[in-house]
Design a protein around this ligand. Structure first.
Ligand SMILES: C[S@@+](CC[C@H](N)C(=O)[O-])C[C@H]1O[C@@H](n2cnc3c(N)ncnc32)[C@H](O)[C@@H]1O
Length: 206
């Protein structure tokens, strides 16, 4: 088991999912951005999904296929309890930095994972995987700590982003279509500023 996997498994072992700083009873911003996509995606991968209920909502909406990926098997136990027998749901334990997806999707979603990539080669590898995994015309919906957001999460350093910075990381393969700000309220009562982007594969002018 890698150090990264060990780290995240121990995080999910140490607390209940609804006690973790990133917990959301309702993934409001993700749902707003995804439900506004045209054409509506018929398949989605949620990268670093943790225990999130985003997939449950999208399956309720009628999306055909949702793949839920996380480095932590422990985190995915929460998801298995809810979605193991649900038609259209697939659960994958994988490190996005070494993962080779075996299919493609209309939508790649990431809330609070990309910002942990402090190494430029890791960021480039992540973007290359996303570019291979997203269908032409498909979208990436991604949320990260904003420029005035926290400097670390779970004891790990993060990179903080404005929308243009995020778009630059994904250019020229993806073009920025929409940006949004969010103030996340943690279960512990703190607020965290997030930057959200919607980027479209193949819509860059380069
Ligand atoms: C801050 S949490 C966010 C969880 C979820 N996206 C949400 O919004 O509730 C980060 C998640 O990314 C996962 N993660 C961290 N590094 C990863 C990697 N390299 N590959 C896959 N998952 C990773 C962690 O296990 C954790 O579940």
């Amino acid at each position: 088991m890698s150090d990264r996997q060990e780290h995240w498994d121990s995080v999910y072992r140490s607390r209940q999912a609804d006690e973790l700083s990133w917990f959301q009873a309702e993934p409001t911003m993700s749902l707003e951005l995804i439900r506004a996509l045209r054409p509506a995606p018929t398949s989605m991968v949620d990268v670093g999904a943790g225990a999130s209920v985003l997939a449950d909502h999208l399956l309720d909406d009628g999306i055909d296929a949702v793949t839920i990926v996380d480095i932590s098997d422990q985190a995915l136990d929460n998801v298995r309890e809810r979605l193991d027998h649900r038609v259209g749901a697939s659960i994958v334990v994988a490190d996005v930095l070494t993962w080779t997806p075996t299919r493609t999707w209309d939508l790649w979603h990431d809330r609070a994972v990309f910002h942990f990539l402090t190494d430029a080669d890791d960021r480039a590898g992540y973007v290359a995987t996303a570019a291979r995994a997203v269908n032409p015309g498909g979208a990436v919906v991604l949320g990260c700590f904003a420029a005035d957001g926290p400097t670390q999460c779970s004891g790990l350093p993060v990179v903080r982003y404005g929308a243009e910075d995020l778009a630059a990381c994904f250019s020229p393969g993806f073009g920025l279509e929409r940006a949004a700000d969010e103030l996340h309220h943690t279960p512990g009562g703190a607020t965290q500023h997030f930057t959200w982007v919607v980027m479209r594969r193949g819509s860059s002018s380069e």
